[in-house]
Design a protein around this ligand. Sequence first.
Ligand code: C2E
Ligand code: CA
Ligand code: CA
Ligand code: CA
Length: 278
Amino acid sequence: AKESGRNAYQFFTAEMNVLAFERLVLENALRQAVERQEFVLHYQPQVDMGSGRVIGAEALVRWLHPELGMVPPARFIPVAEDSGLIGAIGDWVLYEACRQNRAWQEAGLPAIPVAVNLSAVQLRQSELHESVAELLRRTGLESRYLELELTERTVMEDAEATVRCLRRLDEMGVMLSIDDFGTGYSSLSYLKRFPIDKLKIDQSFVRDIVADADDQAIAVAIISMGHSLRLRVIAEGVETAEQLEILHRHGCDEAQGFHFGRPMPADEFAAYLARRNA
Ligand code: C2E
Ligand code: CA
Ligand code: CA
Ligand code: CA
């Protein structure tokens, strides 16, 4: 038993070394990616359930590594957050989303807000509202055409500082939404104090909404609570007409998901927007 215990220990540390090594490789590659500008944004439509019109776009970052190919954000965002690289990547994402949205407007496309995901690290910058103001000036985008998505966890981490920061952004006219709503720990009493415009029902409640009565009950509760607080409610991860029908029947305002469109490159999204909102 002693012998196998030692082997298990050696195996374990070898595994850990591989993991640590992989992470280091990823971190170094990520550092280079920032310098070489290997990131692109894809855009996923958000649709108004009543009219069927596109009323927004979520910007989702993609890393195109010359050898690794497309690295999904779930893989590299955590590494970026731990290594401090999220600052540079997040700044670029914000800038690029605003620049692109302004360019669409100048090309005569219908004006819609672009939603950008903010990590907790970005929200903790004390001058976030100033860098956002500067960014809007630089790109010429009106504040109401920028929306920031924050998760419950992000918002709750430092609730007092976050309220101050979000109030400033709200006063500027930037739209604010809570992402993955329903998966974080209860923030109901805080929700009232945050100047939030929109709740995004997490896709885990939408996935089985047709068959699972509990998931449906949660989605319905979120819609009803959101409306009581005068917030708009959007469902994420809508893949089928059946899911859409249930959500629409319960008064959900907006939907986003493969049923309408996958995240797509900027030029494809522009064509989609022109076609859908014609
Ligand atoms: P998220 O913000 O919850 O984004 C939604 C994710 O669900 C996206 O994955 C999107 O492609 C996927 N999705 C959309 N519709 C459907 C659907 O109908 N079915 C299914 N199964 N999935 C759908 P993606 O692009 O891989 O992004 C994963 C996560 O990475 C995002 O989750 C977000 O937390 C993070 N992320 C992406 N871009 C950024 C960014 O620029 N900054 C930060 N901080 N995080 C980002
Ligand atoms: Ca999001
Ligand atoms: Ca607002
Ligand atoms: Ca989400």
